[in-house]
Design a protein around this ligand. Sequence first.
Ligand code: SF4
Ligand code: MG
Length: 331
Amino acid sequence: MDRILDVKDLQVSFHTYAGEVKAVRGVNFHVNRGEAVAIVGESGSGKSVTAQSIMKLIPMPPGEFKSGQILFNGEDIIRKSKKEMEAIRGKEIGMIFQDPMTSLNPTLTIGTQIMEGLIKHQKMSKSAARERAIELLKMVGIPQPERRVLQYPHEFSGGMRQRAMIAIALACSPKLLIADEPTTALDVTIQAQILDLMKDLQKKMDTSIILITHDLGVVAEMCDRVIVMYAGKVVESGTVDEIFYNPQHPYTKGLLRSVPRLDLNKDEPLTPIFGTPPDLLRPPVGCGFTARCESAMRVCQQYDPELQQVGESHQAACWLHHQLAKERVKS
Ligand code: SF4
Ligand code: MG
C-alpha cells in the first residue's frame, strides 16, 4: 500500500538541567494513504513528542533529533528548513491540538485565521478565501457561519472552538491530519460529533489521520490501526481487531483492562495498571515495563525486546513472544 508517512528509528531527547530525557527512543511506524492510525499510551509515553516531531514543532534546544527519519511523501521532514516546513504545515499536514485556546490566536477573528492558509498556500483572493471560510465553518457544523466568521475565539464555546480548529486544519485539504487528544476537553455529546465530523472528512477528502489519545473507545470507532507506545517506544502495533481482541503485550492487556469497554461485560471490574512508567532521564536497560509486569522474567531486566511479528500485521515487543521463550514453554 501507498505510504504517506514512514517514521524510521526516530529518537528525540530533551536536554534539561537534570540531564538528557530520552523521550522517544527508536520509534518505527508508518501511515498509509487514507488510513486512520491511533497512537495510544499513558501520558509521558512519547506520543505527543512523536506527533510534534512530524510537524517539526519540537523547540530546539532543549529538544534534539538524535537519529532517524520522518519520511513524508518520501521526503525527510527532519532535513527540511524552517521555510520549507512553513509551506508543509497547514497545507500538507494539518494539526488539531487538545486545547484550541492555546493554538487559536485570540487577537484575530476566526475567519481571518481560516483565511490565512488559503491566501498563503492556495493563493486565493481575499474574497474567495472568505467564501471558503464560511463554507468550512458550515461544513464543521457551526451555525450562522456568515456571522461567526467575523467573531473572535472568545466568542465561541469550547466545542465550537474545537470545530473552528478543525476548519483551520482542513482549510487546505491536508494529506495528513494529526489530532492530539482532540476531544479530551469536550463533553461526551460534542466529542461524538467532532469524531463523526473527522471520520466524514476523512472519507470525503481521503485524508490520512494520526489520532493521539488515551481513549480506547474513540480508537475502536475511528481507526484502522493502533500503535501502542510505552516509555518512548512502540511496544505493540496491529489492526484495531488485533489489538482489541488479541492483545499480545502485557502493557496493552493492562491498558485494555483499565478502561471501560462497551463491547465487554459491564460487570467486569476495571483494574488500573499498578506502578508508574520508568524515568526517561535514566531509561532502563531492559524492557521498560519490567517493574510493572506480572509476567516479567530475568531476561526482561537485562535486554530490551525488539518488535517481532506476532500476526499478519501484528507486532509486539515482549520476550514472551521470543522463539526461545516459546520453546521453553513447550518443553
Ligand atoms: Fe513483561 Fe518481560 Fe514482556 Fe516486558 S518483555 S512486557 S517485562 S514479559
Ligand atoms: Mg500529550
